[in-house]
Design a protein around this ligand. Sequence first.
Ligand SMILES: C[S@@+](CC[C@H](N)C(=O)[O-])C[C@H]1O[C@@H](n2cnc3c(N)ncnc32)[C@H](O)[C@@H]1O
Length: 201
Amino acid sequence: MIWLDGALVSRGEGGVYGERTVGEYRVWDPYRSKFAAYAMLGGDFDLAPGLRVLYLGAANGTTVSHVADYVEVAYAVEFAPRPMQDLLEVCRPRQNIVPIMADAGRPAAYRGIVEEVDLVYQDVAQPDQVRIALANLLFLRPGGTFILMLKTRSVDIRKDPREVAEEAVRALEEGGLAVKDVRWLEPYHRDHAAIVCEALK
Ligand SMILES: C[S@@+](CC[C@H](N)C(=O)[O-])C[C@H]1O[C@@H](n2cnc3c(N)ncnc32)[C@H](O)[C@@H]1O
């Protein structure tokens, strides 16, 4: 990925969320994007050209717009109409984001649209985040990467965030993923953990 003076950037059309630009580069704000926060905190995942990505919880396109600056194609799933309207505007000048209005918890709805991918990135902030993750494994190639941005307070606000993360890790491993990294996203995002996994089969 591309770094400029300690900031993560991507090369693409700016003006998606008022992000700063430096020449042709868009500064990727870690306070607005958990992916950027993960990278800023030393997370080891490289977005490379040629990657196919399934992005669950695209919202208004902040993060997926940066992801798309790097990769071949991003299938962007979002179920709420208002952010989807903004996402469609983000897609307009970009050829490689496929917006899909659907519930990520019901992947059968987009099974005929999404091909096998190298990376599934999920940021849905739902109580059943782990179930949604496992339901989408069918799109991930063997050896591919799953990045789950776990919002622990959406799972159980009364539980210790670390306990919620430990339970999520166990469930993901039982579901056929090898967990490679668990990284808390403070100071950028409170009580969020990035859980990075590899698909075993
Ligand atoms: C935290 S926001 C995502 C922010 C976005 N990933 C970014 O960094 O730019 C969570 C989004 O997930 C969407 N979402 C939640 N549950 C979903 C589901 N089951 N299917 C599709 N989208 C979902 C919400 O509507 C919301 O827009």
